[in-house]
Design a protein around this ligand. Structure first.
Ligand SMILES: Nc1ncnc2c1ncn2[C@@H]1O[C@H](COP(=O)(O)OP(=O)(O)OP(=O)(O)O)[C@@H](O)[C@H]1O
Ligand SMILES: [Mg+2]
Length: 359
């Protein structure tokens, strides 16, 4: 069984191991590009060095013409721009955006600023759009290259693709938010259970509350397994009915298509099944040795789940005059999800139909 919080922690640790870039060293190598008179050497020597680097790098001259870039840069840009092209100044990317989503024109990009000011840039986030429309997030480090007189002759940009890292950071934040929301929701249900459960003796009351909290705990385990995506209905039903014969088919028959319920629907369904099952064991078909229950479901074209609980073989049933916690919590929770619950007190046993709109 996976544990979401520690998975998230591991993922954070993994992603925080960032290749540290020695921009100064790269700038020295880049300086060779700008200094060497021998054009061929100037091109080949740092070029070979750059290809060994595990991150993207490119060099511009003082006018922003791209003199050299490595394969990692071309991969991130999704293109291989022509060198020294005056139409492609400051960066080889197709388009750039700021983290707030606004367009970042090439002459406004961090490389253009460094060439103008000489002030280094460290870990600035730039969103890159490739010609195919896909986007990547880069962290850029830029260092100006100056000649012996201190004049800017160019700059080197070392940048890393942090798209995956950003995505998993976002996932972690969403997971934490979902976990917080679920925890509050579960605690509210537990509180309501404790407040509204009644029984003649304290021992019975304890048992009743324990059973209800246990039903919540079991569905919670399914959420954790699916990293809070929800719970598979067949597993949820089987788990809840386990104590009454599970899928043994003698007392309980479970049948329906595969469907993943999002957490609030799964929680409501689990509580409802728990109340139906305990009622069946107290008053209905599961209180008789030959009685059984059938749980079936289907999905409608308008994306609703219709779950039917059909009891038979138990004592003759008459419509009840009393409404306890079971009936009220079911009506309440199902109503909150804009669903409906209908009880049909047939002589041969209770039939209950629950309709829930799928998210
Ligand atoms: N499966 C069933 N077969 C026959 N009668 C039932 C069945 N389920 C419920 N009833 C009747 O409906 C009544 C209301 O059920 P409900 O679950 O709301 O309350 P409860 O079970 O009496 O108490 P609580 O749920 O608060 O522990 C029950 O007291 C019982 O008379
Ligand atoms: Mg009950």
């Amino acid at each position: 069984m996976s544990d979401a919080p520690s998975d998230a922690r591991r993922s954070l640790q993994r992603n925080s191991v960032r290749t540290s870039i020695d921009v100064d060293a790269v700038a020295k190598a880049a300086g060779v590009v700008l200094d060497l008179r021998d054009e061929e050497l100037a091109f080949e020597l740092p070029g070979r060095l750059f290809e060994q680097l595990p991150f993207a790098v490119y060099v511009c001259d003082r006018d922003g013409l791209v003199l050299r870039y490595n394969r990692c840069a071309a991969e991130l840009w999704g293109r291989a721009p022509k060198l020294r092209d005056s139409d492609e100044r400051f960066c080889g990317s197709y388009r750039m955006f700021r983290p707030d989503g606004s367009l970042l024109l090439h002459h406004q990009c961090p490389m253009a600023t460094v060439l103008r000011t000489g002030i280094s840039v460290r870990e600035q986030e730039v969103h890159i759009e490739r010609p195919d429309g896909s986007r990547g997030i880069a962290l850029v480090d830029i260092e100006a290259i100056k000649n012996s007189d201190g004049n800017i002759v160019g700059a080197v940009n070392c940048f890393q693709d942090v798209t995956e890292r950003k995505r998993s950071e976002e996932q972690i934040v969403n997971l934490a938010r979902e976990a917080e929301h679920r925890t509050k929701n579960i605690l509210a249900t537990v509180l309501a259970t404790v407040r509204l459960s009644h029984s003649a003796t304290s021992d019975n009351l304890k048992q009743l509350i324990e059973g209800r909290i246990d039903a919540l705990a079991k569905v919670h385990t399914l959420f954790v397994e699916s990293r809070w995506a929800g719970a598979e209905l067949h597993r949820l039903v089987t788990q809840e009915l386990m104590a009454y014969g599970g899928e043994s088919k003698v007392r309980v028959r479970i049948d329906g298509p595969a469907v993943m319920l999002e957490p609030s629907m799964a929680q409501t369904t689990a509580i409802s099944l728990h109340e139906l099952a305990t009622n069946a064991a107290k008053y209905g078909s599961l209180s008789a040795t030959r009685g059984h229950v059938e749980i079936t479901w289907r999905l409608t074209v308008d994306r609703r789940l219709i779950l039917r609980w059909i009891e038979s073989g138990g004592p003759t049933v008459t419509p009840p005059t009393h409404r306890g916690f079971g009936t009220r919590i079911m009506e309440n929770m199902i109503g909150q999800l804009r669903g409906e619950v209908r009880f049909d007190w047939r002589d041969q046993g209770l039939t209950c139909e629950i309709a829930l709109p799928l998210a």
